[in-house]
Design a protein. Structure first.
Length: 326
């Protein structure tokens, strides 16, 4: 294991990630969309790392199933735009409250909720159900592979900083406002993939307190880099074989850097999710590149506006204790 510039790399976990991606790589030459769905199914396994005990690894298919359900929920909500906008706002508040209680809640916030937003790009259909099924299948496969890995000593990781009480509730409202705004803009303007800007908001925005401002910016940059690379990759009109190789490299890298600074992983997950969106589009590569780049920038801008600027303005308006005592 070696560290450089805050990025930790483990070759053994790279190999595990490639093993996770084997089914997707095998399917890619024949059906890239299904292959990408399978790769998304193994993302929870690669992103959460390898639990020390085999019993704990049962969380992998559970998370994969939740991700698939998030996609289906978003696809269902997309059938009624007004309901979708309101539901995204409410779910953001609920997920934020849950995230303060346990690790599973944080994964729901960082993995499941973004899939609800992204699901707005896939109005419910047979194809969407098949994609969700592929995600579940991918997660089950990743779990079986993880069971073959030996148990190890559990590492101690610092708990993610989360606001509490009123601050947490305020964060949930701001997150919901940002995601709902992105969804409303998408439905109003009639873009092809309404859920990408919404998903970008939910992938980027995190509680902002003190030094976390820099991490929010770093996460935004990570998502943007992943989106731009995916859009540029689409410009090349890659073959199924090339997509399969890309899946293997990306999932392997996600596993290898899992212990790094927390805003590294979104670049890899964003690449796969956006490549799936691009693979289902009938537009020219240039149009897809421009539209997805603008949608990503919109999502990042809304996340930073509601996640950084609005809390700063509210803090400036809030009277200090000294002022109140006077």
């Amino acid at each position: 294991m070696a560290a450089r510039a805050g990025v930790t790399w483990r070759w053994s976990r790279f190999g595990l990630g490639v093993l996770y991606a084997v089914p997707a790589m095998a399917v890619a030459p024949f059906d890239p969309a299904v292959a990408l769905a399978l790769s998304i199914g193994v993302l929870p396994a690669a992103a959460m790392g390898l639990p020390a005990r085999r019993r704990a690894r049962s969380a992998i298919p559970v998370l994969g199933t939740l991700v698939a359900l998030g996609l289906l929920l978003g696809a269902t909500l997309a059938l009624v735009p007004v309901l979708a906008v309101l539901a995204v706002a409410v779910l953001a508040v609920l997920a934020s409250m849950l995230a303060a209680r346990e690790r599973a809640g944080q994964l729901a916030l960082t993995l499941v909720l973004p899939m609800v937003g992204i699901g707005l790009s896939f109005p419910l259909s047979t194809t969407t159900v098949l994609l969700a099924g592929a995600i579940v299948a991918g997660s089950v496969y990743a779990w079986l592979i993880a069971l073959l890995w030996p148990e190890h000593e559990a590492s101690v990781r610092a708990a993610a900083s989360m606001p509490k009480g009123r601050a947490l509730l305020m964060y949930g409202f701001l997150l919901g406002a940002a995601a709902a705004t992105a969804a409303a803009i998408g439905f109003a303007t009639g873009v092809e993939h309404v859920g990408w800007a919404t998903g970008a908001v939910l992938l980027v925005m995190r509680p902002v307190r003190g030094q976390l401002v820099l991490r929010s910016v770093g996460r935004a940059a990570s998502v943007l880099v992943g989106a731009l690379v995916a859009a540029g990759f689409a410009l090349l009109s890659p073959s199924g074989v090339a997509i399969g190789l890309a899946i293997g490299v990306v999932v392997g890298c996600l596993g290898a850097v899992q212990e790094s600074r927390w805003y590294v992983a979104p670049a890899f997950t964003t690449f796969l999710v956006l490549t799936l969106l691009l693979s289902t589009s009938d537009e020219s590569p240039t149009s897809r590149f421009l539209e997805r780049t603008l949608e990503t920038l919109l999502g990042v801008a809304l996340a930073l506006f509601f996640g950084v600027l609005v809390p700063t303005l509210l803090a400036m308006r809030r009277p200090s204790r000294a002022d109140v005592s006077e």
